[in-house]
Design a protein around this ligand. Structure first.
Ligand code: ADP
Length: 265
């Protein structure tokens, strides 16, 4: 299923505090959009509005051409992965992956095949009978990704999926996510992070957030060449981190030579 995401004037408030202010943003089908910004800027809130875990006080959320604003999470066709894996400790890996499908009412006969397929995709097929406590943090996160993929979502929501991992695992998982994106070109990905390197490596476009508002949005090169705000310039303005596409669609950071236009800053 191929479906983009559209925020149409979405605001979220807790009590009197507006934590997401009039967000207008479109993620195209098959695109990776990073929501990049400091802690507390409203990134997770935006992602949770797509998932259906928070209700906007204003605005609408669309997945594909469906207005999902009033739909419960399990009817939105989304897969979601959060920072702390959130696996059920008492269930084996295969049963953890199957769990989401049961909630989605996938036919029972289809579940084992889909579990195997998702575990294959994430390199975890050999661990199907293990319990989460027998796995490393990186392996648990792979299982969480497999669980999200098994429902064959049109939209994948990733909320700081690498931030609980150590630096070495993180770069390995980043490459894995880039590979999955190439293998699933029809799935739109909304990727919440406060980490420039993750955003620049993985994202087709970056939406820069600060203080509950969208500050800027564009490809890494666009944001670097002509940042609309000083905040974007400070958050993205590092030429050594610009992505360079190398063979086989892979991305390496650095060595980009660009002319900078800060006229509008
Ligand atoms: P980010 O993902 O950018 O770190 P969040 O979207 O998690 O930011 O949070 C934005 C703001 O909303 C923060 O000030 C946070 O404290 C507040 N917030 C988030 N969730 C809740 C909640 N359930 N109740 C009250 N305030 C919340």
């Amino acid at each position: 299923m191929s479906s983009g995401i559209r925020f149409d004037g979405v605001s979220v408030a807790y009590g009197s505090a507006t934590v997401l202010d009039s967000l207008d943003l479109t993620v195209e089908p098959g695109e990776v959009m990073a929501l990049l910004g400091p802690s507390g800027s409203g990134k997770t809130t935006a992602l949770r509005a797509v998932a259906g875990f928070v209700r906007p006080v204003r605005g609408r959320v669309f997945i594909g051409d469906r207005d999902v604003t009033e739909l419960p999470p399990h009817r939105r066709g989304i897969g979601m992965v959060v920072q702390q894996y959130a696996l059920f400790p008492h269930l084996r890996v295969a049963d953890n992956v199957a769990f989401g499908m049961k909630a989605q009412k996938v036919a029972k006969s289809e579940i084992p095949g889909r579990v195997s397929e998702a575990l294959e995709m994430t390199g975890m097929a050999a661990y199907a009978r293990r319990y989460p406590r027998e796995l490393s943090g990186g392996q648990q996160q792979r299982v969480a990704i497999a669980r999200a993929l098994a429902i064959r979502p049109g939209v994948l929501l990733l909320d700081e999926p690498l931030s609980a991992l150590d630096a070495q695992l993180r770069s390995g998982m980043l490459a894995e996510l880039a590979r999955l994106h190439r293998e699933l070109p029809e799935v739109s990905i909304l990727y919440v992070t406060h980490d420039q390197v993750e955003a620049l490596t993985l994202a087709d476009r970056i939406a820069v957030m600060d203080k509950a508002r969208l500050q800027d949005c564009g490809t890494p090169q666009e944001l670097y060449r002509s940042p609309r705000t000083e905040f974007t310039a400070s958050f993205v303005g590092n030429a050594n981190l610009l992505p360079v596409r190398v063979g086989d669609g892979q991305v390496r950071l650095g060595e980009a030579e660009l002319k900078v236009d800060t006229a509008g800053v």
